[in-house]
Design a protein around this ligand. Structure first.
Ligand SMILES: [Zn+2]
Length: 209
């Protein structure tokens, strides 16, 4: 019972953080609906059973059973997870033959990339507590980026947001999302996004050196 209450508090707290940030960038519907499936029995009861407080209960379930049923349930229903968008590549024609590319990341709609960014930021705040800084989410991303299956444009957009947060802070990044990104004023295309990210990094370095 204790674990159930603690798990309930943890998911509520995370949902509240995500909601506040989503509202700040104008994503009201997503702010309200974020991670709702965590309250369904197939996710909630597993969360109670494997509650730890320091890490995701899905990791504990995965270790014990060999797979996490709660996570498979979750990522199939929540579009802000990159895993939701993993699918077969569209076959391309090479020298008259159809070539199948296997499994890869589809290009995520911008509003879900923003929700994914806010989700990561909120999770970092939750786990790092008083030690949280604006570069926490970027450092966490850099540790895991080698094995993310992401569309190249989506990867570039997520990286631009994380770098912007680390160098300019939350307020400026939210303003960029609200006034430019979600108004379709930013090209959603890898090369241009990477160029914007590198410009930010160069300026950031100049300021610190
Ligand atoms: Zn989620």
């Amino acid at each position: 019972m204790f674990k159930c209450i603690e798990h309930f508090k943890t998911i509520n707290h995370h949902k509240k953080l995500v909601m506040e940030s989503c509202f700040q960038v104008g994503l009201y519907r997503q702010g309200l609906l974020h991670d709702l499936s965590k309250y369904m029995p197939s996710e909630f009861l597993v969360g109670c059973k494997y509650y730890q407080g320091t890490m995701s209960p899905n990791n504990v379930e995965r270790k014990e059973k060999g797979y996490s049923a709660a996570w498979l349930h979750h990522k199939g229903r929540n579009k802000h997870h990159l895993e939701y968008w993993i699918d077969y590549a569209i076959p391309t024609e090479v020298n008259g033959k159809l070539e199948h590319g296997g499994i890869c990341g589809m290009k995520m709609p911008v509003c879900y990339v923003v929700e994914m960014f806010i989700d990561r930021m909120s999770a970092s705040k939750n786990y790092q507590k008083d030690n949280y800084t604006d570069d926490g989410p970027l450092l966490y991303y850099n540790k895991g980026k080698g094995h993310y299956i992401l569309h190249e444009d989506t990867r570039a957009l997520l990286e631009l947001l994380l770098v912007m947060l680390s160098l300019r802070g939350e307020e400026a990044t939210f303003r960029f999302i609200r006034q430019r990104l979600l108004k379709r004023k930013v090209p959603y295309e890898q090369q241009k996004l990477d160029r914007a990210k590198n410009r930010l990094l160069a300026k950031g370095r100049r300021r610190t050196s």
